[in-house]
Ligand binder design. Structure first.
Ligand SMILES: Cc1ncc(C[n+]2csc(CCOP(=O)(O)OP(=O)(O)O)c2C)c(N)n1
Ligand SMILES: [Mg+2]
Length: 251
């Protein structure tokens, strides 16, 4: 039954030159062989970690779950690193959540904790942006981030840092981070800005109404425009105005 569902609703994404967050997470799982503690923050990257990370042992995927608090990852990874020195500890945050507790970089550097601090930079509060795209006709409000230079910021704390901006750079930068055992190592991954997590269930709807990964048609593999058009909530169809709390998109 579960195998049939997986076949019917496969998790998928397509790589291009632009980095997909899913690829970063999948690669990390491959390169650690699942032999690591990965601590997520809250948002799209957290969902992709649940979907694409290869982990098989208990207590190797630490996440705040539903109703989680942004900023969780960095301090939680500190706890994990104090408790587990036998495996790499990787903190994965979004560009939004990282900025909610980035002062802990000082503590991490002070204690020379060998945490790999990964920031998935999509330039948005991605999880909220996705809902505004799909259900509010892309009327973005308070979701675009005016980010600092993350690599310069990490270095200002005394932490070595690197940045990946192209898919071809991802593997090497993860390898370098994992090989760095002497204290922390920071990596910024600049990823596709308007990528979405699928499948998703719209508010107030049920599992049989979930939205699957759209077919890749828009050139960068995300298929995001078709997702909106196919469900009848495109910016070009203003008559289909939705009422909050009574969203119905399967017409
Ligand atoms: C302290 C706090 N404020 C707001 C939220 C609501 N919230 C959940 S996910 C999210 C966006 C997270 O953005 P980012 O950290 O960049 O991660 P992304 O979704 O882009 O991967 C917000 C605002 C929250 N969970 N915690
Ligand atoms: Mg983000």
């Amino acid at each position: 039954m579960i195998a049939a569902w997986k076949e019917e609703h496969p998790l998928r994404y397509e790589n291009g030159e632009e980095i997909r967050a899913q690829y970063v997470i999948q690669k990390l799982g491959e390169l650690t062989g699942g032999n690591a503690v990965v601590v997520t923050d809250v948002g799209q990257h957290q969902m992709w970690c649940a979907q694409f990370l290869n982990y098989s042992t208990p207590r190797s995927h630490i996440t705040s779950g539903g109703l989680g608090t942004m900023g969780f990852s960095l301090p939680a990874a500190m706890g994990a690193a104090f408790g587990r020195s036998d495996v790499p500890v990787i903190s994965i945050s979004g560009d939004g959540g990282f900025q909610m507790n980035l002062q802990e970089m000082a503590t991490i550097v002070e204690h020379r904790l060998p945490i790999k601090v990964f920031v998935i930079n999509n330039g948005f509060l991605g999880m909220v942006r996705q809902w505004q795209e799909l259900f509010w006709r892309k009327r973005y409000s308070q979701v675009a981030l005016a980010n600092p230079d993350f690599v310069a910021l990490a270095r200002a704390f005394g932490c070595p840092a690197a940045k990946a901006e192209r898919t071809a750079e991802v593997e090497e930068v993860i390898r370098t981070a994992l090989a760095h055992k002497d204290g922390p190592y920071f990596v910024e991954f600049v990823v596709a800005k308007e990528d979405n997590v699928y499948p998703m269930i719209p508010a107030g709807q049920s599992f049989h109404e979930m939205i699957d990964t759209p077919d890749p048609v828009d050139g960068n593999g995300s298929g995001k425009d078709i997702a909106v058009l196919a469900k009848g909530v495109s910016p070009e169809s203003p008559k289909k105005e939705r009422v909050p709390g009574r969203i119905k998109i399967n017409e």
